[in-house]
Design a protein around this ligand. Structure first.
Ligand code: ADP
Ligand code: 5GP
Length: 212
């Protein structure tokens, strides 16, 4: 995805990873597996004005804040991006970005396509991965089996899901279909490993290649 071809891409030594998916596709499940596989990965915990759902914990799943606090954070320029999704505000703090400037560091943003697109605009070397469900019927089944949303919320999420899949499938760098969980995880893991070997991210200074 190259949202701004004018900006020459200078790679950070670490990785800035954006994971997006329609709600229910398995992004949280896969993100937790990535967290376990790569302990050096730092996950951005978004700020949101929506109420906690099920067993969600403040500071772990999200930072749950009121609209005034969210607005003050916008005013202080503390977000790398923020957006309104399903009638609530969501924003990603700038702090986690620093992690992608450390050799071997991985900063992971688990956000929607509009958020991923604005991060890519600001950081063109961000690696954007879109997770797709195997079918829309299966997506609805997973949303229902999660048991955390009302019928009305599920209907709204299913309406948004098709548009989100279309946008992600058109613009993201990688598409991973989460049919069998283990296969999807192996694909994600391979992307991280391959991207770490991209020219510009590998430290070759010890080889003294530039010396006369
Ligand atoms: P998201 O974070 O994208 O909204 P979740 O990770 O919460 O989605 O997954 C939604 C539901 O689907 C959860 O109950 C999860 O256990 C289940 N799930 C995730 N991946 C798979 C898969 N490959 N096959 C079957 N069920 C899955
Ligand atoms: P949920 O309410 O299901 O946790 O999230 C709803 C949507 O908001 C999901 O698509 C999720 O990716 C997105 N989202 C979560 N955090 C952020 C964020 O910080 N910024 C943006 N733009 N979207 C987010």
């Amino acid at each position: 995805m190259n949202t701004n071809p004018q900006i020459p891409i200078v790679l950070s030594p670490g990785l800035l990873l954006v994971l997006s998916a329609p709600s229910g596709a398995g992004k949280t499940t896969l993100a937790r597996m990535i967290e376990k596989e790569f302990p050096e990965a730092e996950f951005s915990i978004s700020y949101t004005t929506r109420a906690p759902r099920g067993a969600e914990q403040n500071g772990k799943d999200y930072h749950f804040v009121d609209t005034l606090t969210f607005q003050q954070m916008i005013d202080r320029n503390e977000f790398v991006e923020w957006a309104e999704v399903h009638g609530n505000f969501y924003g990603s703090s700038k702090r986690v970005i620093d992690h992608s400037y450390r050799p071997g560091g991985i900063a992971v943003f688990d956000i929607d396509v509009q958020g991923g697109t604005s991060i890519k605009r600001k950081y063109p070397d961000a690696v954007c991965i879109f997770i797709l469900p195997p079918s829309m019927d299966e997506l609805e089944r997973r949303l229902r089996s999660r048991g955390t949303d009302t019928d009305d919320v599920i209907r709204r999420r299913m309406l948004a899901a098709r548009a989100e899949c279309e946008k992600g499938a058109q613009s993201y760098d990688y598409l991973v279909i989460n049919d069998r969980l283990d296969d999807a995880f192996q694909q994600l893991r391979s992307i991280v490993i391959s991207e770490r070997s991209r020219r510009g991210r590998v430290d070759t200074t010890a080889l003294r290649l530039q010396q006369p």
